[in-house]
Design a protein around this ligand. Structure first.
Ligand SMILES: Cc1cc2nc3c(=O)[nH]c(=O)nc-3n(C[C@H](O)[C@H](O)[C@H](O)COP(=O)(O)O)c2cc1C
Length: 154
């Protein structure tokens, strides 16, 4: 099975999680690569026009994992724009995760996951798993747990 992990990561945390997920899925014998989403002009674009630089292709993959940081109580702008511009996710198995700084429920984790879910489902994708990693001292256990969980999905 060909899996792509596609992440936006501004300060590196989400990418770090993606690497751990990749390691685990490779150990499982899966064909898995990571690709990063970035915006033209860097992560602080001026104005409202967001352009995604070389958007990762999804057509060739059976399964996808999308990961993003929570920014301003919501899904990061780069990931939101990227997902909204994907033409179709029909027939794809999709797992989602976000990383965030604060542990409180109202600080955007669920909101970001729900936004990702909604966009992916509107394009025909099937959500098979989700996870939220809070960037605190317990994150290593949480990342290991997420890797175990996602490994059972594909
Ligand atoms: C501009 C900005 C806004 C953020 N807003 C939130 C937020 O609303 N809620 C939260 O829990 N964490 C917030 N954070 C913390 C990040 O979500 C967290 O550090 C995340 O792990 C960063 O992932 P990255 O290193 O992949 O960019 C914010 C960070 C930045 C830089």
């Amino acid at each position: 099975m060909k899996i792509r992990i596609i992440v936006h990561s501004y300060t590196g945390n989400t990418y770090e999680v993606a690497k751990k997920l990749q390691e685990r899925l490779l150990d499982d014998g899966k064909d898995v690569e990571i690709q990063r989403v970035s915006m033209v002009g860097g992560d602080k674009p001026k104005g409202k026009d967001i352009i995604i630089e070389n958007p990762p292709e999804v057509e060739k993959y059976d399964a996808l994992i999308f990961g993003s940081p929570v920014h301003a109580f919501a899904l990061s702008l780069a990931m939101k724009t990227y997902l909204e511009e994907i033409p179709s996710l029909h027939g794809k198995k999709i797992a989602l995760f976000v990383t965030k700084g604060t542990r409180f429920n109202w600080t955007g984790g669920n909101q970001a996951i729900n936004k990702m879910k909604k966009i992916c489902q509107s394009k025909g994708g099937t959500i098979i798993g989700t996870g939220i990693v809070i960037w605190n001292k317990q994150r290593h256990e949480k990342i290991a747990e997420l890797a175990r969980e996602f490994s059972g999905l594909f």
